[in-house]
Design a protein around this ligand. Structure first.
Ligand code: ZN
Ligand code: ZN
Ligand code: ZN
Length: 141
């Protein structure tokens, strides 16, 4: 398994969930894809690698990962939700409202905000998904 898939597997086990062979394949495929996938796409890829893993198992595992804060659904356009991995607890997008292009970026300046709102609401922040909307360079002309 890749390191990140392993980390997710360990985190599941630490929370008392069994790391079944099916879950291992699902984590592996999710990480390999960078996490931008609809549930159906993921189920299809998992099926190619492990024909025994059913669609419902994939959906339930996604629900679990979502509950635990490892992934979040994002809705772009009218299609099915895409699940994205919160790598090290966060994930950032620039989304062009004109052409729907999604640009990923790593720079994070949100620690301060997490701290401020966390303490104001006595909320333990575990991660964030940041999306900026606007127009990409190509669409500005
Ligand atoms: Zn654009
Ligand atoms: Zn992304
Ligand atoms: Zn961030």
């Amino acid at each position: 398994m890749t390191d990140q898939a392993k980390e997710l597997g360990n985190a599941l086990q630490q929370r008392g969930y069994r790391l079944t062979a099916a879950r291992q394949v699902i984590l592996e495929v999710l990480v390999a894809s960078g996490g931008h996938m609809s549930a159906d796409d993921l189920a299809e890829k998992v099926r190619q690698q492990a024909p025994g893993v059913g669609r419902m198992t994939v959906y339930r595992t996604l629900d679990l990962l979502n509950e635990l804060g490892f992934i979040r659904p994002v809705y772009q356009g009218t299609g099915a939700a895409h699940y994205i991995l919160l790598e090290e607890g966060h994930h950032h997008h620039l989304i062009c409202s004109t052409c729907d292009r999604v640009i990923e970026f790593d720079e994070c300046v949100l620690e301060e905000i997490e701290r401020v709102v966390g303490s104001r609401f006595n909320f333990q922040v575990q991660g964030h998904l940041l999306e900026f909307y606007g127009r990409c360079q190509a669409c500005q002309n």
